[in-house]
Design a protein around this ligand. Structure first.
Ligand SMILES: NC(=O)c1ccc[n+]([C@@H]2O[C@H](COP(=O)([O-])OP(=O)(O)OC[C@H]3O[C@@H](n4cnc5c(N)ncnc54)[C@H](O)[C@@H]3O)[C@@H](O)[C@H]2O)c1
Ligand SMILES: O=C(O)[C@H](O)COP(=O)(O)O
Length: 598
């Protein structure tokens, strides 16, 4: 993976900014050093950060993880393996941890994120299902959630097939019977699979592997999945059908969809009534997709002849559960992913994802953040800096009391719109817009959520330019509508606050304020002055700053016409004192001025 570039967007340990003078520094936990990988000229404040190797992050592994994954983690972090924690113990420990790794047995609730006080940056789910992680809370707290979606697919599919065949031939019941001293050959006559119709509900990774194997057993396989590509089904020789047809024609139903609000209790009284009498059901997905009381009724009524279940609404299920005790039900204790091979694979997959995320790389398995490929990231790096700075400038130009509600971002590029992924830029603009005026830290995970929560509507527009698309962007423009400005000249002819910037030689520049063209590199801070264009202005302002040893890094004047109004943009390395700023405001030709922190 490419070197870290996302960290500033991911390293958000606190939702609340500290009130100290350091509050504009990146919010890393005190034990962490940061190293900065930007060119010197762009180091106004750290944007891309990695954990220094002498200050290891702490990873809490709350459920058993394969050795190879643990070793990988230990090479980068302090690893605390604490299994079987109570919810209270987890909440207590989490405030000392930067990452948490769980399987399906740990609830990562809102309380966990709240208790972490912002230190928790990554939750790694060593497996597929993330229904035990409160994703909304993770996102609100700017915590990245990653999973390991591929390593246990085959194990789960094999377990589904194991349950299917064991159920059809009463393997578990016959085993228990013979072990209790009986020999019941007539009681355990099974049913054949060949030629029977299997409906796979959820034709994703596991579902399609089950389908492939069931075809090998001579079954007729149909599938229902509203989002599955038809060509994948065709390639395996599976017909995609609607839900009612799937459950209405199947001899066997195998469940492989995630547990979501729309799949919860999808097999319920109403749907059992639509099934063929004597249908057999396998569930290695999630217990919650079946209404378990309805299943018991359907078993008792003979609608469902048998069920084989690996997963349950509550795990472990109550010992006296009618479902578990039912003689036509075969059960295993959530073993779908439990093969030696799958667990080693999952452990490595999740350890790599968590370490990568802690380094600031965005894992390909991010569940609650966009995944931006490394090469796109490298190219966008200076534009990411520009985007945040334009957001910061624009919002500081808003007069106090005017709420920012409507922001329009224009990206001008010679590239085709599909070639430009703006999610990262949008997140950075949002960060720039919100952080200077609030106590909230914004990162890639929570940017859209935070904007929405604050009632900011951010619309994006692409302008397609002629020419060769060598660089990804020509300019970015940020406009804030329906507000007043502290610096009237920032209001464009169409009435919005407008700032525009470009990247020149890898360095972000401010190139327009309102209707005035300027050219100042966006480093340090900026003083904008509107003045009557006349000789000596640069010298007057420059010497006021010089007297205070404030270093001027850049100066540019944009004017409407000679000797008319002009805007002077001055880049300064240090913050001038109030006294100096007052003196600049007092220069007779200066009509208005504003100091903007970047
Ligand atoms: N028992 C185990 O140990 C075990 C192991 C691995 C996976 N799982 C579970 O199996 C399930 C599938 O895992 P996967 O890796 O195949 O995930 P996946 O994301 O690859 O596939 C899930 C599929 O379900 C489909 N789907 C979503 N809503 C649907 C609906 N309403 N009706 C029909 N299909 C719908 C999706 O389009 C997707 O194709 C998950 O719930 C996962 O947690 C369990
Ligand atoms: O969703 C999954 O990956 C499986 O249910 C496996 O869960 P486990 O990691 O608890 O075995």
């Amino acid at each position: 993976m490419a070197a870290s570039a996302y960290s500033s967007l991911l390293s958000t340990p606190s939702l609340k900014k500290p009130s100290s003078a350091l509050s504009w520094k990146l919010p890393l936990s005190p034990a962490f050093n940061v190293s900065v990988s930007l060119p010197r000229r762009a180091r106004s404040r750290p944007l891309f950060v990695v954990f220094a190797m002498d200050a290891k992050p702490t990873v809490l592994v709350a459920e058993k993880l394969g050795e190879a994954g643990l070793n990988l983690l230990k090479g980068f972090a302090n690893v605390d393996c604490s299994y079987n924690l109570s919810p209270e113990e987890l909440c207590t420990k989490i405030s000392l941890c930067d990452a948490l790794i769980v399987r399906s047995g740990t609830k990562v609730s809102r309380e966990v994120f709240e208790s972490s006080a912002g230190r928790l940056k990554v939750v790694g789910r060593a497996g597929v299902g993330i229904d035990n992680v409160d994703l909304a809370a993770a996102t609100e707290h700017g915590c990245l959630v990653v999973n390991a979606p591929t390593a246990n697919t085959v194990a789960a599919a094999e377990h589904g097939i194991a349950l299917l065949t064991a159920m059809a031939r009463n393997v578990a019941q016959a085993d228990a019977s013979i072990k209790s001293g009986k020999w019941q050959r007539n009681k355990y006559v099974g049913v054949s699979l060949v030629g029977k119709t299997l409906a796979v509900l959820g034709f994703g990774k596991v579902g399609s592997e089950v389908a492939r194997r069931a075809k090998g057993l001579g079954m007729h396989v149909i599938a229902h999945d509203p989002y599955a590509p038809a060509d994948r089904a065709r390639a395996i020789g599976v017909e995609l059908v609607n839900f009612d047809e799937a459950i209405g024609t199947a001899d066997f139903i195998s469940l492989h969809m995630p547990l979501t609000p729309s799949t919860a209790k999808i097999l319920n009284d109403e749907n059992f009534a639509k099934m063929k009498k004597g249908v057999r059901i396998v569930n290695v997905a999630r217990g919650g997709v079946i209404d378990e009381d309805a299943l018991v009724k359907a078993l008792d009524a003979g609608i469902v002849a048998q069920a084989a279940l690996d997963v349950f609404t509550v795990e472990p299920p109550p010992k006296d559960s009618k479902l578990i005790q039912h003689e036509n039900v075969t059960v295993t204790p959530h073993l779908g992913a439990s093969t030696m091979e799958a667990q080693e694979g999952v452990a490595i997959e999740i350890a790599e994802a968590v370490v990568g995320a802690l380094k600031g790389e965005l894992a390909a398995t991010a569940v609650n953040a966009p995944m931006v490929p490394a090469e796109v990231l490298t190219e966008l790096k200076p534009y990411v800096v520009l985007a945040e700075k334009l957001g910061r400038l624009a919002v500081q130009l808003v007069a106090g009391g005017s709420g920012v509600k409507s922001v329009k971002v224009t990206y001008a590029s010679a590239r085709a719109p599909d070639d430009l992924d703006t999610r990262l830029l949008r997140a950075m603009i949002t960060k720039g817009l919100i952080e200077p005026i609030s106590s909230v830290f914004v990162n890639l995970v929570n940017a859209d959520f935070t904007a929405k929560q604050r009632g900011i509507r951010l619309s994006e527009e692409r302008v397609i330019l002629d020419g060769s698309p060598e660089s990804p962007l020509e300019f970015i423009q940020v406009q804030i509508a329906n507000v007043e400005s502290r610096f009237a000249s920032a209001i464009s002819d169409s009435g919005e606050i407008k700032v525009e910037g470009r990247v020149k030689d890898g360095v972000p520049h401010l190139t327009r304020v309102g209707s005035f063209e300027v050219d100042v590199s966006l480093e340090g801070s900026i003083i904008l002055c509107r003045q009557v264009d006349q000789p000596g202005m640069i010298g007057k302002v420059g010497s006021i700053l010089g007297e205070e040893n404030v270093n001027v890094s850049f100066m540019s004047v944009g004017r409407i016409a000679p000797r008319k109004q002009a805007i002077m943009a001055i880049g300064v390395d240090e913050q001038p004192s109030k006294e100096s700023l007052k003196r600049i405001g007092g220069v007779p030709a200066v009509e208005e001025f504003v100091f903007l922190k970047l």
